[in-house]
Design a protein around this ligand. Sequence first.
Ligand code: AP5
Ligand code: MG
Length: 215
Amino acid sequence: MRIVLLGTPGGGKGTQAKLICNYFNIPHISTGDIFRGKIKEGTAEGEVISSYMEKGQLVPDRLTISLVEERLIKDDCKNGFLLDGFPRDEKQAEALDLIMNKKNEQVNFAFLIDVSKEIILDRVLGRRVCPVCRESYHVKYNPPKVPGKCDVCGTALVHRPDDQKEIILDRLTIYNQTTQPILEFYEKKGILHKIKGDGGIQDIFSQISGVLKEA
Ligand code: AP5
Ligand code: MG
């Protein structure tokens, strides 16, 4: 199964991606995580990426598409994958089709996690992440066992740098302008599934896994 997971910033893509990928045993490919990894490496490329991400702007298509293509040709993607946060505009959606065509494959599921704005802000402002192993939590909805400490490695949890209210609002505006239009792209292909995303983590997972198990 080759899946794209679409939705607003803070809507729960990463949370669901982890559950889906564990359950169906496919790799989780998050462009946000790839970029955060590049920034951590401290390379010139990482600096370019950071200059966009810190403002909540999209990283240029050329760089984004080449990193995704590089990832999708790896062996572990042979039996499927889940893309979290890619594609994010029409150019990326078309590029993904080209990459798939080259491999004689196609994306067969696109999920939109649809969440209202108030809930998005509540989720993003309460998110805490581990700066070392990148595990993600929410202070109310998905708290760590020991407050402020990562369950996996014990490191002190932090806010993501782009999780400040003004930047989130900019990320939402960009989403509405550039990502919203690609919903139609997948609707036309007949593979778009709109998932009600205001509920709990397990409820959303049941909706998505229900569609995948039926296929
Ligand atoms: P990226 O890292 O992809 O961020 P995003 O799309 O803005 O989404 P988030 O990671 O903020 O949210 P999420 O939907 O994963 O929610 P999560 O599960 O964490 O991208 C960051 C930046 O990188 C972009 O702004 C851009 O600069 C760049 N970038 C990335 N991809 C790009 C691309 N393709 N092209 C160009 N640039 C790109 O959940 C949020 C919180 O809510 C968590 O605390 C979680 O515990 C909690 N939560 C989740 N689900 C629920 C629930 N059902 N109930 C209660 N709480 C919940
Ligand atoms: Mg995410």
